[in-house]
Design a protein around this ligand. Structure first.
Ligand SMILES: Cc1ncc(COP(=O)(O)O)c(C=O)c1O
Length: 409
């Protein structure tokens, strides 16, 4: 049975008080809290086998390497990749998409080619492609959203022409929580142009939905390990082996080579070709423990739990005078994220007020300024839910929010 109250016992941070109040953490879309199992896995590496990976025959290095590779294997089976060698560990989702921009974008894209993305993207899935488009003289097109926050899919398909090389799209918006129908989009995009490469930003999707990359049919996904219970400094890229084998490395140096001479170098096998230098070993091992934890959770119960929190909160927020909501999370294609504003009050002031009562929310543009512009706002308050949040926390949040509104007005 899925019970957030039981799950919370695995998160030592809930023992903490913020100014005397129990912690209410509604900022998991920025980074999730970490269960004791992940903390222990990191600690175990530090305490017992903190050698470097790949390099030595001694026990510490051997054990570290085993565990580090095992984590790649766990991520691989979590997303149903073809092999653990298709999993490249990075320090976050941003590094993973930059890897693609440099290693794939700069080599694949020519002048006049087209890259398609959407206005819903986090900056990390916009700015690297702006760089590629400017550098290569290619077009970068943004698919718009409808008034209800859904994607204009027809526009997306209309944008695909004979010069379209890359479609890069988020699996879930970090501002509205909306999840486009990725499987259908990939299928239809590839029907129009079979060799289009489709990249899916799973930073917000993967913490909430288990995915099968084979079923989705895309070519790459990237995600943040730290948003799915993993340690900070973790993320990963998955790509099809046959493509990863043909594209250029991203960073050059130690570990990513098989042979070096004064004349040049040969690249190491996957995934090490893309993991230059000493990686975040402790983080990678912790990410493996996070995947174990998520694997243990019943996905259907998790979805039901989050949908409940989402609908209770949204309905209650709707009743509060002065609260402005933007996208209604109707149906089951939204992850647990709500953005809102309070008329006449800056979102930072609301966030600061909530913090005084132990409630952690995010305020600002959420690194999605094009989407904020599209919603005709500059900033918002964002609350985001995860496995450990409860209805009691929502009650506390609503009370404090009402208090804030009455004081500020
Ligand atoms: C949808 C989305 N993509 C990418 C990122 C970037 O993630 P990271 O901070 O791990 O680089 C974020 C971060 O919030 C996000 O929400």
């Amino acid at each position: 049975m899925f019970d957030p109250k039981v799950i919370r016992r695995d998160f030592p941070i809930f023992e903490r008080k913020i100014d005397g109040y129990p912690l209410v953490y509604f900022d998991s879309a920025a980074t999730s809290l970490k269960p004791i199992q992940v903390i222990k896995a990191v600690d175990d590496y530090m305490m017992r086998f903190s050698g470097n990976v790949h390099r030595a025959v001694h026990t510490l290095s051997y054990e570290a390497t085993e565990k580090y590779i095992e984590s790649h294997q766990k991520v691989s089976s979590y997303i149903s990749a073809g092999s653990w060698r298709e999993i490249i560990f990075t320090k976050n989702a941003t590094e993973a998409v930059n890897l693609l921009a440099y290693s794939l974008g700069l080599h694949l894209i020519s002048k006049g080619d087209r890259i398609i993305t959407t206005v819903m993207e986090h900056h990390s899935n916009i700015v690297p492609w702006q760089f590629v488009a400017r550098y290569k003289g290619s077009e970068l097109l943004f698919v718009d959203i409808n008034e209800d926050g859904t994607l204009k899919e027809d526009q997306l398909f209309e944008y695909i022409n004979s010069r379209t090389k890359i479609l890069t799209i988020t699996g879930a918006s970090n501002v509205t929580g909306y999840m486009p129908n990725i499987k259908k989009i990939v299928r239809d995009a590839k029907r129009i142009k079979p060799d289009i490469l489709v990249i899916v930003d799973c930073a917000q999707l993967l913490p909430h939905r288990r995915i099968n990359v084979q079923e989705i049919g895309c070519d790459f996904i990237f995600a943040s390990g730290h948003k799915m219970l993993g340690p900070p400094g973790t993320g990963f890229l998955w790509g099809k082996k046959e493509i990863l084998e043909t594209i250029q490395p991203f960073m050059y140096g130690g570990d990513m080579i098989s042979k070096v001479s004064l004349e040049g170098a040969d690249w190491n096998e996957l995934p090490f070709k893309f993991e230059a230098g000493t990686p975040n070993i402790a983080g990678g091992i912790g990410l493996g423990a996070a995947i174990d934890y998520l694997t243990f959770i019943d996905e259907e119960c998790l979805i039901e739990h989050e949908q409940k929190l989402l609908s209770i909160t949204f309905e209650e927020l709707k009743k509060i005078n002065k609260v402005r909501l933007y996208v209604e999370p109707s149906g089951d294609n939204f992850v647990g994220i709500i953005s809102f504003n309070v008329e006449g009050v800056h979102p930072h002031d609301i966030a600061d007020f909530l913090n005084r009562y132990g409630i952690a929310v995010r305020s600002g543009h959420h690194c999605a300024q094009p989407l904020m512009n599209r919603l005709k706002i500059e900033n918002s308050v964002r609350i985001s839910f995860y496995i450990y949040n409860t209805e009691d926390e929502i009650t506390h949040f609503l009370e404090v929010l009402k208090k804030a509104i009455s004081i500020f007005s």
